[in-house]
Design a protein around this ligand. Sequence first.
Ligand SMILES: [Zn+2]
Length: 124
Amino acid sequence: MGMFDSVMVPCPSCDTVIEFQSKAGDCFLRTFTLDTAPAVILADLASDPPETCPHCQTSVRVEMHQRTVGKAVPGLLTSDSAHLRNLLARIHRDGGHYLEEHGMDKAVADADLIIARLHAKNDE
Ligand SMILES: [Zn+2]
């Protein structure tokens, strides 16, 4: 069994603490939170499949850029879609809640409108 570091994150649904394990970086069996984890470890976790909350069974993933966790969207597990979800969360200024609530088609369409408005404003 190899060494790993742990990042303890709260479930976005029920606040149960969930352990994510990463073999990125030095791996000295350290324990981090989202605020203290090195970027290399967060990047590793963000590209991993989600963990399942043992309490409420919510599928939870780490979102590296915001140092937050969000509920995973079923069927979107490739690293490309992880980047897309992070970008949408950034545009909608949430942890992926907008995407989760409204679905990919509406989240992308509305993100397009948000960016178009920002560009129009910047051009004034
Ligand atoms: Zn939970």
